[in-house]
Write a protein that binds this ligand. Structure first.
Ligand SMILES: *Cc1c(COP(=O)(O)O)cnc(C)c1O
Length: 423
């Protein structure tokens, strides 16, 4: 037997279903000189508070080594959880949280993986958007559940699709329906935000049908304009008549402080958190106490919301630069539309039907511009078809000048590709 076949024959069904992260593969080309990347969704490293972190790191290794260099509990550093509870009270008006409502994970990605492990199998049903965050799609897809996919609209996913699906379900099917996954603010990849009205509607649906809501909110703090909308978690807290808050809120320090910390925070009902803790025990025993305490001491002495202000200013200028360039140059393409994000890092571009953004990528690379093809955010053939003419573009890494130049290159690429296809 060939080596590949031999290894494959030993794999579990879950490993056989696991594929490489397409974005990570695609972004390998971004280091080519002169390339402008609209692909990356990672923060600018110059925004990391490296001096403050270096000082804290030295101090906690020298003085707190009994904690930082030792194994810790699966639930996470109590000091970090305490600090995070204060942070949520101050900025999100989320009150009455105990340490038992909070779980620290190795990034939100681990939380998504745990959600997959704890709730999903081949018989399960869950609802997601089209397009959907790639990290969530990969964590859920390996469990092979049935997906209900809701098309994205300007104010969040089309809830009518979910309502209709629920109406047509038998009681037995409903009992296998586990959760709705949603990125409530400045969604990855669409940049769109779930309206207050839809947040309430989703919550009603969850209560009426005994569903859990996975609310993934890595970008809530990255708002450039408009009023803050309460999280679905918070809306549920405000409804007194129910016993259990069905929302699991996923937060992370990746987009407001540093992704290298791998610091995610899960907020939820104690009983749910307990189950996730059991899943995490098997995965990694505990998140690194060293980076947890580093984050805790950072939070104690600094206000991330204040620290992030210059970053927000920078990102919002870049967002403006991209939207202005799109207004100026993209209009030359008939039938193109794009989203205008009020925060976060992304806009979602929808091109005429004849364009396949995955197929076009090679030409784009020749023109020294990259983006993420829409199919990266699909879970099956049907959703791949819907997203194949779309792309995710990010404005966080290139400079304003590069954003304008990159837009010109993108428009040139689309025209060349279209003309070649038309023959
Ligand atoms: C970036 C991102 C995360 C965060 O992942 P980490 O593992 O915490 O770095 C989670 N969800 C979405 C939608 C994201 O874009």
């Amino acid at each position: 037997m060939m080596r590949e076949e031999y290894v494959f024959s030993k794999l579990s069904p879950i490993a056989k279903r696991t594929t490489a992260n397409i974005i990570r593969e695609l972004l390998k080309s971004t280091s080519i000189p002169g390339m402008i990347s609209f692909g990356g969704g990672v923060p600018d490293p110059e925004t990391f508070p490296k001096e403050i972190m270096a000082d804290i790191a030295k101090e906690i290794v020298e003085k707190e080594y009994k904690f930082t260099l030792q194994y810790s509990t699966t639930e996470g550093d109590p000091i970090l959880r305490g600090e995070y509870i204060k942070f949520l009270e101050k900025y999100y008006d989320i009150k009455n949280l105990d340490l038992d409502n909070v779980l620290i994970t190795s990034g939100s990605q681990q939380a998504l993986d745990l959600v997959g492990r704890v709730f999903l199998d081949e018989e399960s049903i869950c609802a997601i958007g089209t397009p959907v965050y790639l990290g969530a799609a990969s964590a859920f897809k390996v469990r092979a559940p049935k997906f209900i996919t809701m098309d994205m609209q300007a104010d969040g996913p089309n809830i009518d699709i979910l309502e209709e699906a629920l109406e047509n379900m038998t009681e037995e099917e409903k009992s296998r329906f586990k959760f709705i996954y949603i990125v409530s603010n400045f969604d990855n990849p669409t940049g769109l935000t779930l309206s207050l009205e839809k947040r309430q509607r989703i919550l009603d649906l969850a209560y009426n049908n005994d569903l859990i809501i996975i609310e993934d909110d890595p970008y809530g703090a990255l708002r450039y304009e408009g009023e803050i909308i309460p999280t679905i978690y918070q809306l549920a807290e405000n409804r007194e008549k129910y016993e259990l808050n069905p929302v699991i809120l996923l937060n992370t320090f990746s987009k407001i402080l540093s992704p290298g910390l791998r610091m995610g925070v899960v907020i939820g009902d104690k009983t749910i958190i307990r189950r996730l803790v059991m899943g995490k025990q098997a995965a990694d025993l505990c998140t690194s106490p060293l980076t947890q305490r580093l984050t805790a001491r950072y939070l104690e002495r600094n206000d991330p919301m204040v620290q992030i202000k210059p970053t927000l200013e920078l990102y919002s200028q870049k967002r403006n630069a991209m939207m202005e360039s799109f207004d100026k140059y993209m209009k030359e393409i008939d039938g193109v539309t794009w989203t205008f994000p009020h925060g976060g890092l992304f806009s979602w571009v929808t091109l005429p039907e004849e364009i396949d953004t995955m197929d076009m990528l090679e030409l784009a690379k020749e023109n020294k511009i990259v983006y993420i093809p829409g199919v990266a955010f699909s879970v099956n053939e049907e959703t791949a078809k819907k997203t194949s003419r779309c792309m995710r573009v990010s404005f966080c890494l290139p400079s304003c000048e590069e954003i304008e130049e990159g837009t010109k290159r993108l428009v040139k690429t689309i025209k060349e590709y279209r003309d070649k296809k038309r023959g």
